[in-house]
Write a protein that binds this ligand. Structure first.
Ligand code: SAM
Length: 335
């Protein structure tokens, strides 16, 4: 093991891999339909990394300190036979392998993913109200479809499952207590996410954000909570446990209380660009190396020199006049 540190002394611990830039949802805050329509140019199949290419990148990162890989997108379960990628990553590795999904295709794939060695699941579910869910996801599906995916995942042995809910003031904030109540006592952990200024298509405004503080206050007023210690340094969500011992929630405050200081995440886009931050403007191309005649040592050197040069801390700089600069979409970078 030869761990690397970046310019701010942060170790490389996590990799998020976007396996596709396509999604079957059109969440207003992520892939609004008017921008992601027939005219939108998705990545070409030939530009997207194969499972073998992804596994090769992961194999070079393991000696640099990588502990966890999260598969995401777009909607990762749209990528055909995703369980085969999980099996490839699992072969010869002790890595923690996680998946973030909208849950709509989970019921069909949960068993194969579990058998392939997927460790953990995060399922996005913004509201249990069918009207609010439809308004946010613009998907034609309902919360019960996602709940069925969660149930199927439990049935094959996944759990606790993390439930991600993006909170938008005036859109779903009146349903957060109901969501917390539904999962309270189930073992699953709802993580409320402050609506972030990712990309340029969602028309983000600060007054659309409900702060983590307000989220905790509103839920805590009905279901009493107390702050709890992080499970490990660099944990993204702040934890709050129910006073009656029936579980916990998480709050991800990347807007009001940014946490770049511990960030050990590298991102790999579906077309083989690496990024040091969700808010990075340009990536570094790995695909040319992967498809050229570079050997593993060259690839490893590219990855470690990228990490050593990394100085990203966008969330902490957000207020310092970075608004208006170009930004990449989360569906491309991988959320
Ligand atoms: N399709 C998968 C899903 O829905 O979970 C994976 C990709 S999605 C981009 C990953 C996560 O990012 C989801 O939980 C989604 O709600 C969240 N997300 C997308 N845009 C966001 C934004 N502007 N602010 C906060 N979270 C966002």
């Amino acid at each position: 093991m030869n761990p690397v540190s970046d310019q701010l002394g942060r170790s490389l611990t996590d990799l998020r891999v976007s396996v596709t830039d396509r999604c079957n949802f059109r969440c207003r805050y992520c892939m609004p339909r008017e921008h992601f329509d027939q005219e939108h140019r998705y990545l070409k199949r030939s530009d997207i990394l194969s499972f073998e290419e992804i596994a090769r990148v992961v194999a070079q990162l393991a000696p640099l300190g990588l502990r966890k890989v999260r598969l995401t997108g777009g909607e990762p379960l749209l990528r055909s036979e995703l369980h085969k990628l999980v099996a490839l990553l699992r072969r010869d590795s002790e890595l923690d392998i996680a998946l973030t999904t909208n849950g709509s295709l989970l019921a069909k794939q949960a068993r194969a993913l579990r058998d392939a060695g997927l460790n953990r699941l995060t399922v996005s579910l913004d509201s249990l109200s069918p009207e609010v869910f439809t308004r946010m996801t613009d998907s034609g599906l309902s919360p019960s479809d996602v709940l069925a995916g969660i149930e199927a995942a439990h049935a094959v042995g996944f759990g606790p499952i993390k439930i991600n809910a993006v909170v938008r003031r005036g859109v779903n904030d009146h349903t957060i207590v109901e969501l917390a109540r539904h999962f309270k006592g189930s073992g699953d952990i709802v993580r409320f996410i402050e609506y972030m200024d990712v990309g340029l298509t969602n028309g983000w405004r600060m007054d659309h954000v409900l702060s983590g503080r307000e989220i905790v206050a509103r839920i805590g007023a009905e279901l009493p909570l107390e702050a709890s210690d992080p499970n490990y340094a660099g944990e993204v969500a702040k934890r709050y446990r129910y006073l009656d011992g029936s579980g916990e929630i998480g709050v991800i405050t990347s807007v009001t209380q940014p946490f770049c200081g511990d960030c050990g995440r590298l991102r790999l886009s579906a077309d083989g660009q690496i990024f040091g931050c969700l808010f990075a403007r340009v990536g570094t191309d790995l695909r040319t190396l992967l498809r050229g005649c570079a050997d593993d040592a060259e690839l490893a050197e590219k990855l470690s020199s990228f990490w050593r040069a990394r100085g990203d801390r966008y969330s902490e700089l957000r207020s310092l006049g970075t608004r208006g600069l170009p930004r990449l979409e989360m569906s491309y970078l991988g959320g």
